[in-house]
Every structure is written in C-alpha cells, then in structure tokens.
Write a protein that binds this ligand. Structure first.
Ligand code: URA
Ligand code: SF4
Length: 215
C-alpha cells in the first residue's frame, strides 16, 4: 500500500478506470470505507469539478456529491449558469475517511492527509487526462493541493484563472490537458460558515467566473 499506481490501468477509457478503481488498495482508506467513489459525468465534459473526498452519503451511494454539500453545490452551479450536465464531478481522494466517536455511531468526516492525497492522485490524473476538460474547478484546499502540489491556501488563488500545473506535460504516463484552474471554497465550508448566505454568494460568484471563462 504505497499509492494507487499499480491499480490504474493504462487505458484512457473512463469506464475501465472506474471499474479498476473499485478494487484499489493503494492506501489504507479502502479498509473502513464501503466503496470507492469514482468521478461521474460526461466523458468529454468541458468542466471537471474536484472536491476533497466522498462523505457519508457518497460512501453509501457510490456517487460523488449526492449529500448535503453536493445539493448546495448543484444549486450554486445552476444559479451560476454552469450546466450540471456538462460537468464531471470527482474528488481528490476516492474513499471516505471518518472516525466514529467513542459511544457514538455517526461517522464523522476526517480530512485526508498528504500521504493519502498523494496515494490517490494517479486516479485524478487519469481522469483529467481522459476527460480533457477546458476548465478545472478546485473546491477547497485539498483539491487545490492535489492540483498545485505543496502547501496551498485557497485565499492565495481564489477566483483566479490559472494554468493547470503540468498541463500539456506527462504525468504517470498520461498527458494532462492544457486547462485552466479556478479555485473556490468547498461547499461544506459554506454549510459551516457563520454567515452562510455570504459564503454561498461567494461560491456562486466564483462559479459565475468559471462560466464566463467557458463562454
Ligand atoms: N464533499 C466532497 O468533497 N466530495 C463529495 O463527493 C461530497 C462531499
Ligand atoms: Fe486507492 Fe484512493 Fe481509495 Fe486510497 S483512497 S485505496 S489510493 S482509491
């Protein structure tokens, strides 16, 4: 268990990648989670949206962004004029990481660490190389770190349209697309914000900038 590379097939076919990811054991997170939650969406989506990792609902249903954060995100996309049907949804890490507090039974989300993010990155690279979007939207710091590498602060990048690091170059034997990246907050951060309405407006305004970049 060092990273996902031994499990990632050479193919660029998304269906084949998804099937292979179902039995990934590239890091310890597969052990406690229910299933791999691979990305979902059109194979030639113009936009790839990258979250952190599946949550409780995603882990049970096997699809990304189907829980409360996903509902908020889909509402924000609709409001921004970004058509959900042209978006491929995925996560930096593809298994749910959680703790169950002593005496409790609810599974509490735990942020993935750098090793887990690094271990899972080959799946994200394979998805980006296969879908070849024009725009990648990074939701929050984990997604930002997975795409940019190194320490990453959302505030330093938020709302900018930057070239995808490594775009046009090879990674893990695949060529990353020459896409642009827009960084915004994670929808879960909006749900936790003290001023939820203001945080939501901020997310929508960033997504509107993403929609304009595609026009
Ligand atoms: N949060 C994420 O980052 N990804 C999901 O798929 C769901 C919630
Ligand atoms: Fe593989 Fe990623 Fe799951 Fe770890 S989190 S087992 S690397 S799919």
């Amino acid at each position: 268990e060092h990273d996902a590379r031994p499990y990632v097939p050479d193919t660029g076919d998304l269906g084949a990648l998804r099937r292979a990811a179902a039995s990934c054991r590239g890091c310890p997170l597969h052990a406690d989670a229910t299933r791999t939650v691979f990305g979902a969406g059109p194979r030639r989506a113009r936009v790839v949206l990258v979250g952190e990792q599946p949550g409780d609902r995603e882990d049970r249903e096997g699809e990304p962004f189907v829980g409360p954060a996903g509902a908020l995100l889909r509402r924000a996309l609709a409001e921004s004029g970004l058509d959900e049907s042209s978006v491929y949804f995925t996560n930096a890490v593809k298994h749910f990481k959680f703790t169950v507090p002593e005496g409790g039974k609810r599974r509490i989300h735990k942020a993935p660490n750098l090793r887990e993010m690094t271990a899972c990155r080959p799946w994200l690279v394979a998805e980006l190389a296969s879908v070849r979007p024009r725009l990648v939207v990074a939701l929050g710091a984990t997604a930002g770190r997975a795409l940019f590498g190194g320490p990453f602060r959302v505030g330093d990048h938020r709302g900018l349209l930057e070239p995808l690091p490594g775009g046009g170059a090879e990674a893990d034997g695949r060529t990353l697309p020459e896409a642009r990246v827009l960084v915004t907050v994670h929808p879960s951060a909006v749900l936790r914000a003290r001023d939820r309405e203001a945080a939501y407006r901020g997310l929508v305004s960033d997504l509107k900038a993403a929609a304009r970049a595609l026009a």
